[in-house]
Structures are given as C-alpha cells and as structure tokens.
Design a protein around this ligand. Sequence first.
Ligand code: NAP
Length: 238
Amino acid sequence: MQKVIIVGATSGIGRELARIYAGSGNLVGVTGRRQELLYSLQLEYPNHIVTECFDVTGSECISHLERLIEKLGGLDLLVYNSGIGESSEVLNWEIERKTTTLNVDSFLEIAVYVFNFFVRQGHGHLATTSSIASIRGNFQAPAYSASKAFQSVYFEGLHIKARKTGLPVFITDIQPGFVDTAMAKGDNRFWVQPVDKAARQIVAAIGKKKWRVYITRRWWLVAKIFKWIPDWVYHRMG
Ligand SMILES: NC(=O)c1ccc[n+]([C@@H]2O[C@H](COP(=O)([O-])OP(=O)(O)OC[C@H]3O[C@@H](n4cnc5c(N)ncnc54)[C@H](OP(=O)(O)O)[C@@H]3O)[C@@H](O)[C@H]2O)c1
C-alpha cells in the first residue's frame, strides 16, 4: 500500500487519479479548495481517502501539506495536479498573474519541499500534470503555455538531479493533450480523451517510473509534430 497525495483532486483528472489509487488499496490524501467535493470523494472510499482543504497559493500551503503527510503517516508519491488555464486573448494582467501564481509559484514551492523530503527519506516519486501546451507558445493563453513549459523543463532538471543522488527518487512529467474536463473548453479542441482513460494511462506511466509521458498515447505524435513545425509555419497557425 502506497501513501499518495493528489494536489488538486476535487475534479477532473485529479479526482479520477484519486479514485484509481484509492480503489486499488492505497491510502490517498486529496486536496483542493472545494471542501464538499473532497468529502464526497472520501465518502466513496472511506478507508482509503483523507482530505486536507487548502488553496495552494496561500501562505499556509506547506503547513497544510505537512499536516496531510502526518495524517497519511508518510508519503511515497505526490502528484501536483492543481492548475488553471484561462484564455487571455485580450492580454489580461489578472489572468496572467493568477495563472503563473498557481502553475509556477505554488508548483515550485511544493516541488522543492517534496523533492527534498524524498531525498531525506531516501525514496519517493514526484509527478506533475504539465501539458502538451508546454511545447510551443500559445497566443490565446500565453501564460498557460509558458507556465506549463516551466513545469516541464523544471521537472527535466529535477529528473537529472534525482538520478545523480543515486537514490530511488523518481520524477514524472505528465503531458496530457485534450482531456474531457471543465478546463478543456473552446472550439479548437480535437482528440478529446475521456478522463478515466487519461487517468488510467497516467497511473500506468507513474507505475513504470517514466520521466515523461504523453496522455493519451496518441498525443506523442502531436508533441513531435508541434516540436518540429518550423517557426514560420507555426506563427501563421491558429
Ligand atoms: N483537461 C485538459 O485538457 C488538460 C490538458 C493538459 C493539462 N491539463 C492539466 O491537468 C491538470 C488538471 O486539470 P483538469 O483538466 O482536471 O481541470 P479541473 O477539473 O479544473 O481541475 C483543476 C484542479 O486544480 C485545483 N485548483 C485550482 N486552483 C487551485 C488552488 N488555488 N489551490 C488548490 N487547488 C487548486 C482544483 O481544485 P479547487 O478548485 O477545488 O481548488 C481542481 O481540483 C491541470 O494542471 C491542467 O493544466 C489538463
């Protein structure tokens, strides 16, 4: 039985990840700001879910995390899944600020704390849900794509750092394409994947200790194409 924390488990991908881990007998700590959704998840798996309701952008973020680790009696795996991705077509400072505060600053605060925690205890696994959007700049949501690029590149650095420790500390950068959740809105969506399928593939990739994974698998192709499209073509798209 693993002790798992899903940061951002009230809805969408995080909620489904919590269900899979709890349903397979693990002890899962779930977080988010919406208390009632955390409780309803706990009701589904009363012996396998513990909750801690908090806003990761708040000043008490790490104290909440420490309390949750205490409730679980330890930690083997943490998935940083909280995220927002609002469109900022008319460039809007408030949207850009909110996006980077959550997807960069809070991500970083938790990643640094948990990485050092795992190195101290000699083992552990840290994962984040970045995005295929991390691969290129996006004119509709520039802060979102940049923040996900930050997560992705940062985790490549942590992956190398973890290997150099020689310890069984693992890092996984999860890059979903479109997954059918409240966040995936807009008209230009394609290959939208069901959330349960995406979550199952994420759990499998974490189990195999992959350092980067595209979800669902077919998005590997989009990732490769996106990476290699010449700038002059990409800048005329959309
Ligand atoms: N859906 C997609 O197509 C897609 C594609 C690529 C990547 N992703 C990434 O996958 C992750 C999950 O997204 P989703 O699609 O499942 O969307 P979602 O259903 O909106 O889930 C977002 C989660 O983040 C939490 N969250 C938001 N603000 C927070 C805050 N200030 N403090 C703590 N938790 C906060 C939410 O909980 P509360 O609101 O209760 O706080 C919720 O549990 C995100 O990081 C997203 O960028 C999604």
